[in-house]
Write a protein that binds this ligand. Structure first.
Ligand code: GTP
Ligand code: MG
Length: 309
């Protein structure tokens, strides 16, 4: 079967999402930099390249920087190797893949030693006397910054959550107070709000950011995000959704896929309609529920591993 080779937006666009808390966040991040030994940029491993916010590299480069490509559980090991090679070619060598969801995952255990190594290899300026290490976690929304802090606490201190986590972007709204994540060596972390670029350069970049849940869904439109996801899954020939939702076959028609999901999950809405033979009750599939369900399953890793860049 032939699938779409290009995505048609039908004239719809993806607007930048840069609410006031992000503008305030940028100022607060820059303001706190003086008391920070290392910046850890957390990003989503599925969108490793054009979807990053260059602000973190350009404006925070006065401190050693570690790039963590999180949600590594959602991409294949082969893709991880390929991404590392491409990043190294771009001069980005301090890179680790992490999975913060699995309890005590070995990938998170590498973070504290990597941070310490970076801090010890660079001058600490006026912080030379400070006997604890201070790191700041930055990144675009919903990539797992707060989850990383909680995972570090769990692994190094055997302690519970220090920062609020959520499946929607924009959970952390301000730079938080220091959170202790390790005693030996002593490391404290500043959690920060996810910050987007104030403008989105290309439609494709916006859609990738949206599929990965970094922009509030309703700002882009759940149906368009679901359609973009279907387009990518089909283009990459990842047909796990067919089996998962027991569809008769792969399809490039989002409305028929969403209808099938809604009916299968019993999500239809009763509607009264006036016809030539009088008032009748019709059952309309809840397309919005189905689009949200499709996106939730994908984001939870149930529909296959995809790299968008
Ligand atoms: N699959 C997977 N999901 C993750 C991972 N880390 C975090 N998540 C999920 O990603 C979502 C966002 O996590 P948060 O830690 O709140 O992300 P954040 O970057 O702090 O988000 P904001 O504060 O909104 O900017 C949550 O649903 C987490 O459960 C990971 O390694 N793998
Ligand atoms: Mg957060």
């Amino acid at each position: 079967m032939a699938f779409r080779t290009a995505f048609k937006s039908g004239g719809r666009t993806v607007n930048a999402w840069f609410p006031r808390h992000m503008a305030r966040g940028v100022l607060a991040i820059k303001g706190k930099l003086r008391n920070v030994d290392c910046v850890v940029e957390v990003h989503d491993a599925r969108i490793s390249f054009p979807c990053r916010n260059p602000l973190f590299k350009e404006e925070l480069d006065v401190r050693p920087r570690l790039l963590l490509l999180n949600k590594a559980d959602l991409i294949s090991v082969d893709d991880q190797h390929r991404i590392l090679v491409e990043l190294a070619a771009q001069g980005e060598t301090n890179v680790l893949f992490t999975d913060c969801l699995q309890q005590l995952h070995h990938s998170v255990k590498q973070v504290a030693p990597a941070v310490c190594k970076l801090i010890l290899s660079a001058p600490r300026h006026h912080r030379e006397e400070a006997n604890d290490y201070s790191i700041m976690v930055v990144g675009i929304p919903n990539v797992g910054k707060s989850s990383l802090i909680n995972a570090l606490r769990r692994i190094n201190l055997k302690k519970g959550k220090g920062s609020l986590v959520g499946a929607t972007p924009g959970i952390t709204k301000s730079v938080l107070t220091r959170i202790r994540v390790s005693e030996n060596p002593p490391i404290s972390v500043l959690d920060t709000p996810g910050v987007m670029k104030p403008q989105i350069d290309a439609f494709d970049v916006g859609m990738k950011l949206a599929v990965c849940g970094t922009i509030l869904d309703h700002l882009v439109g759940e149906d368009m995000i679901a359609d973009y996801l279907l387009f990518v899954l089909n283009k990459c020939r990842i047909f796990k959704y067919v089996e998962y939702y027991e569809l008769p076959a792969a399809s490039d028609d989002i409305w028929s896929v969403l209808k099938h999901i809604a009916v299968r999950m019993g999500k239809t809405q009763k509607m009264k309609a006036l016809t030539g033979i009088g008032k009748i009750t019709m059952h309309r599939p809840d397309y919005n529920f189905a689009a949200n369900e499709f996106l939730r399953s994908f984001r939870g890793g149930l529909l296959g591993k995809v790299v968008f860049d």
